[in-house]
Ligand binder design. Structure first.
Ligand code: GLC
Length: 463
């Protein structure tokens, strides 16, 4: 039996009101008054009302709110050159030359179970894989183009192998599909963004091309068992065609559809984890799945990749998972089918961190409105609060004004060590002549390349 309350029960029980019970009458007023002059330096914006959660569907798509951390895979013939998934376009490789890569595609070490083992070690709970990127090469067998992984020395349907492995372990599989296409003769390449200049011999025809897309997505939704999502990319023409989603929903009712396709879809996709309007939100009120790669320059395999620091990635993951959003972390497998060692090592380190702190995300609701401290994020599960040290800590303490209550237990989830707490007045708080909850002597130097998460267990929520 679960010992915590679920999100829904929390909301039904009036979670936001209960959370205000943490605060004394005066503090409640402080939380409610915009731009309160009592807010000291470093406090950032004022405390706010409890945020709404992103709307749930009440249907099969709600798997997505249970499994929030996914693996993103960019893989295709571009990996052979080991530079970037948009190699053909960014290095101006003539189409006739680029297509020859297909004849060298032979990922003899491809083992979908090894990918999934790594994903699970990293704490990931679903997978999203490129079935066709902008180069037009398909990792699946298709009646509608020969430019696919079956017609290569490898001779196999990569998506089929992956789907079978995912189904064996009930691991949701989502399929990325690029609308921009540098190979199909009907795609209107016009030198716009993510497009080649017009190609001799092409017959640009957006209607015909859209029929092709629909036929291929029908194959993807028909030939691989249960699919949990279609992840569109790059609709240069911004063409709207609601029949696409209708078809996907009819064939795959659990499929989440992103917002880069033919309509607004089910969720937003801040890329490289960045959203201009979302940086300061206490929680995402719209369904959101951020995506980010372990390498800073490419989503596909890059031999000389420049990798992000663990801390950058952990902060990035934390700032979405702690705000009711999902997160896809991408790796680009090498041409032999293996996940490159440095990328795999990053995922393993992320996994150690994720598994240590995951209780602060799973079934927890965003609760940062309880403090004015914008250097941290709070999540909450029943009487337990989790403090995520999202920004680089500049001291070894965290002040949680206006919380003024001692927890019965405080634990640093990263290493299981107890954390010292105090309600003593600090010199810089002399104006109020009050003390607020303060976490002390955190191992900020010893654990510098990580995101610290502190668990605070309170006796009760009542004041
Ligand atoms: C961009 C890039 C593309 C990549 C995608 C992942 O749209 O064009 O190469 O697949 O981001 O979000």
């Amino acid at each position: 039996m679960k010992t915590h309350i679920t999100r829904r029960r929390f909301i039904e029980a009036g979670g936001s009101l209960a959370s205000l019970a943490f605060l004394s009458g005066g503090q409640r007023a402080l939380a409610a008054v915009p731009g309160n002059p009592e807010a000291g330096p470093g406090d950032g914006s004022k405390a706010q009302a409890a945020p709404k959660l992103a709307p749930r569907f009440g249907d099969g798509r709600d798997w997505w709110f249970e499994k929030r951390f996914g693996m993103f895979i960019h893989w295709g013939i571009y990996s052979i050159n080991g530079w970037h998934e948009q190699d053909q376009w960014r290095r101006r490789i003539p189409r006739a030359e680029y297509v020859k890569l297909a004849q060298r595609w032979n990922p003899v070490k491809f083992n979908p179970n090894a990918w999934l083992d790594l994903a699970q070690e990293a704490g990931m709970q679903y997978l999203c894989v490129t079935t066709k990127h902008h180069d037009g090469f398909c990792l699946f067998e298709s009646k509608h183009t020969d430019y696919n992984s079956v017609n290569t020395p490898y001779g196999k349907d990569v998506i089929k192998l992956l789907a079978e492995a995912c189904h064996r372990r009930n691991f949701p599989l989502c399929l990325y599909y690029s609308i921009a296409d540098w190979h199909h003769p009907n795609y209107p390449n016009q030198d716009r963004h993510h497009e080649l200049p017009p190609q001799a011999g092409d017959q640009p025809d957006l209607d015909k091309y859209t029929d092709f897309v629909k036929a291929q997505v029908r194959e993807l939704c028909t030939n691989y068992g249960e699919i949990h999502g279609i992840w569109w990319d790059i609709n240069v023409d911004k063409r709207v065609d609601r029949s696409m989603s209708a078809m996907i929903r009819q064939l795959q009712p659990k499929a989440m559809i992103n917002d880069r396709g033919y309509d607004e879809g089910d969720f937003g996709t801040p890329e490289r984890d960045f959203t201009s309007d979302g940086e300061l939100l206490v929680s995402f009120e719209k369904r959101t799945e951020a995506c980010q790669a372990v390498g800073s320059e490419s989503w596909g395999y890059r031999a000389e990749e420049d990798f992000y620091t663990d801390r950058h990635l952990m902060r990035s993951i934390d700032k979405y998972l702690a705000r009711d959003a999902n997160y896809l972390l991408n790796v680009g497998p090498a041409p032999d089918g293996t996940i490159p060692k440095p990328a795999a090592a990053i995922l393993k380190r992320i996994g150690k961190w994720y598994h240590a702190v995951k209780e602060s995300f799973v079934d927890a609701v965003p609760c940062s409105q309880l403090t004015t401290n914008r250097d941290v994020l709070l999540t909450r599960k029943g009487n337990t609060l989790y403090v995520h040290l999202l920004k680089d800590p500049i001291t070894d303490a965290v002040k949680l004004r206006p919380l003024a209550r001692m927890p019965k237990r405080a634990t640093l989830l990263n290493n299981g060590q107890p954390v010292e707490c105090s309600l003593a007045m600090v010199p810089s708080g002399h104006k109020e002549q009050k003390g607020w909850l303060r976490l002390r002597m955190l191992p900020v130097n010893e654990l510098a390349n990580t995101v610290l998460v502190v668990k605070l267990e309170f006796e009760t929520l009542e004041a």
